[in-house]
Design a protein around this ligand. Structure first.
Ligand SMILES: C[S@@+](CC[C@H](N)C(=O)[O-])C[C@H]1O[C@@H](n2cnc3c(N)ncnc32)[C@H](O)[C@@H]1O
Length: 278
């Protein structure tokens, strides 16, 4: 089966587990901030005094980037994580026109035709039903509005994720193959999938592309601590004997160092990006 085909019945999607805002910022927020700027370059929209919705806003990095580029626009960020919403609200530099509230991508708590831009960064791969989420994003967009999203190319474009997932599978960690399959099988992860979701949601003038950023780490601990405490790896390791934790750490450290002394490392990460008009 080619990488662009799905097997029909989707495997369960990886769950974005509980994480504090501080840990998320170290695990992904420091990179999604760079990604946000490039997503907005791709989307290329002048909101004027319009309204934007950031679906799965996390700690709010994309919401803030939209607000900074569009000084007269209002931005709503929604997410299912209370901890991340609280972090976003606490660091919000634009409290007069950026707000955060609970909201599930698969059942957005907003009326039809509400926003000029509806956007989701690194979210769809964690939702249980990508088709429904794409339809929901299209539904709350105004006619003529823009709907956009980015997902990590976990399968072929993210070095840090491949390094981790392939190492635990090769080690024979119990449950690792299913865990990796769930992560790599989420909506929008395969090539062309985001554009297919967008067309399926009735969006027009669908454009797709890819964005590559670098993830720069000071040393192995700078990578490992946010990873072991982050939203994805604990689902695999919790409940396993401590020896497994030690073996996983040792093998991932070896892959990270790749034979050199500990110190700075830089890894490429590519995201798929899509935009369309309602
Ligand atoms: C990798 S983070 C991305 C956060 C933020 N968009 C960014 O770019 O930094 C994934 C986010 O999706 C949120 N999320 C997962 N499932 C969701 C759902 N069904 N509805 C809304 N948000 C969801 C998580 O709580 C988390 O904040």
């Amino acid at each position: 089966m080619s990488d662009t085909q799905s097997s029909g019945a989707q495997p369960p999607t990886a769950v974005f587990g509980p994480v504090t805002g501080d840990v998320y910022e170290r695990q992904m927020g420091r990179w999604s901030r760079d990604l946000a700027e490039q997503i907005l370059d791709f989307v290329d929209i002048d909101l004027g005094g319009g309204a934007a919705l950031d679906v799965g806003c996390g700690t709010g990095r994309l919401s803030f980037a939209v607000a900074q580029r569009n000084p007269a626009a209002s931005v709503t960020g929604c997410d299912i994580s209370e901890a991340l919403l609280a972090h976003a609200a606490a660091v919000n530099p634009y409290p007069d026109r950026v707000g955060f509230e609970p909201g599930n991508a698969c059942a957005l708590p907003f009326p039809d035709n509400s926003f000029d831009l509806v956007i989701a960064s690194l979210v769809l791969m964690f939702v249980p039903d990508g088709t429904l989420a794409a339809r929901e994003m299209a539904r709350v967009a105004n006619p003529g509005g823009t709907v956009a999203a980015a997902t990590w190319d976990f399968r072929g474009g993210t070095m840090t994720v491949r390094m981790l997932t392939d190492t635990v599978v090769a080690l024979g960690v119990p449950g690792a193959e299913a865990w990796r399959a769930r992560l790599m099988g989420g909506p929008g992860v395969r090539p062309g999938e985001l554009a297919a979701l967008w067309r399926g949601a009735g969006l027009r003038d669908v454009r797709e592309g890819q964005i590559t950023i670098r993830m720069d780490f000071a040393n192995f601990l700078d990578y490992w601590e946010p990873t072991i405490n982050g939203p994805v790896l604990p689902a695999l390791l919790s409940g396993l004997a401590p020896e497994w934790h030690e073996r996983v750490r040792g093998a991932v450290e070896s892959a990270f160092l790749a034979g050199d002394a500990d110190g700075p490392r830089s890894f490429a990460s590519t995201a798929w990006v899509v935009a369309g008009s309602r």
